[in-house]
Design a protein around this ligand. Structure first.
Ligand SMILES: *Cc1c(COP(=O)(O)O)cnc(C)c1O
Length: 379
């Protein structure tokens, strides 16, 4: 049997230590130094983002979005049920009620045709999640936002270097949040970024990120003292993390190429199981690109998925399921009084994610693909 194949391995680009040493030698270890600026300029230039700020996590970037939109008790936020906790917890912390929407029947992203019926006079924002780095159908969502005067926030945690038509994900809503957690395509351990597309939020974003002070303006020489001007928190990552991230950014083309290679190997290697209707592949809408953040299959039911996980584990392969519908979560179920969300529940039961990381070799991939075939031919 092969050595254990984990689900994820954090990628090392090679120059991380060098840049971390450089950050140490520069004598500036707190946030907003040389490497933070280098990372932010790279994102702004590469994806034409209006303004970016590195944060300590995507969760924190989402909490900044909740503060920036002045989300308060009495407000309602529309978001998919099939997502990570942080997408909505950020708004729950501000006292908002979450109005959960179902996934599309075809893919886990929010079903844009089911949003309008959830809008009420209390709705403040629509939070979309580009699951697996595959774009939500943003144009109809932006139309709804204009019609009802709502903010659109993109949880782009998984969506680096991916596009909706020719627009980079994260550059479409009023604001967006990215993650550089070690499970994402480019990483720094724990880290994130807020993208401010709507210029009305630019100034206040800097203040909220700097503990409610106008310290950033002070360092630019725009004010002669800095002080407490608003609410805020400590959302700046250390330069050590930005240095690590910069090494990853420099390797992004190579990382994306390798991840795409792995993704296509799974796609080709498992195609016959899709033809025989034993599994389904991720659905790729024509408006979306694939950033190879994730390769998942959809099993026919929960029992089959559980059996497959168990079988793969017996072969030293770790494949993992994903989200549990948040409207049924222990924390939110008692507060939820909306409709059933059958697609979110189906993805809860049926999605299985396969190992996908830079160091995964072709022979390991063939081994995984082989054992998925063995499982289904025996079932
Ligand atoms: C990873 C992830 C997050 C959280 O990111 P952190 O940087 O760990 O806070 C939020 N939303 C989605 C969709 C994610 O995949």
């Amino acid at each position: 049997m092969t050595d254990f194949i984990p689900f994820n391995k954090p990628y090392k680009a090679g120059r991380e230590f060098e840049y971390i040493s450089e950050a140490i030698n520069r004598g500036h270890l707190s946030g907003d130094g040389y490497f933070t600026r280098k990372c932010q300029s790279w994102f702004e230039q590469t994806y034409k983002f209006n303004k970016t700020l590195l944060t300590t996590s995507c969760t924190d970037a989402l909490e900044m979005c909740a503060l920036l939109t002045n989300t308060n008790p009495g407000d309602e936020i529309i978001a998919p049920s099939y997502t990570f906790v942080s997408t909505v917890n950020a708004f729950v912390l501000r006292g908002a009620k979450i109005i959960f929407a179902d996934s599309s029947p075809l893919h886990p992203n929010i079903d844009e045709t089911q949003i309008e019926k959830l809008i009420t006079p209390k709705t403040k924002a629509i939070v979309v999640v580009h699951y697996a780095g595959v774009a939500c159908n943003m144009n109809p969502i932006l139309d709804l936002a204009r019609k009802y005067n709502l903010y659109v926030i993109e949880d782009a945690a998984q969506a680096i270097d991916s596009f909706y038509y020719d627009k980079p994900l994260g550059g479409i809503g009023d604001m967006a949040a990215f993650s550089f957690h070690e499970t994402k395509n480019i990483i720094c351990g724990e880290g994130g970024m807020i993208v401010i597309n709507n210029k009305q939020f630019e100034k206040r974003a800097e203040i909220i990120r700097e503990k409610g002070t106008n310290r950033s303006s002070f360092f630019r020489g725009e004010v002669d003292k800095y002080g407490w001007v608003d609410v805020g928190s400590s959302f700046l990552p250390s330069e050590l993390l930005a240095a690590y991230l910069y090494a990853q950014i420099e390797a992004i083309t190579d990382i994306q190429k390798k991840r795409m290679h792995i993704w296509k190997k799974y796609f080709d290697g498992l195609a016959s199981l899709v033809q025989s209707e034993k599994i389904k592949f991720p659905f790729m809408p024509t408006y979306a690109t694939n950033n190879a953040h994730m390769f998942y299959i959809e099993c026919r039911n929960l029992d089959e998925r559980t059996a497959l996980v168990k079988y793969l584990k017996s072969q030293n392969i770790l494949a993992v399921f994903h989200y549990l519908s948040l409207h049924k979560s222990p924390y939110y179920a008692s507060q939820y009084n909306g409709d059933d969300l059958p697609n979110a529940d189906r993805f809860t039961d049926c999605i299985l994610r396969l190992p996908l990381y830079y160091e995964l070799t072709d022979s390991q991939l063939e081994y995984i693909i082989h054992h998925i075939h063995v499982f289904f031919n025996d079932n």
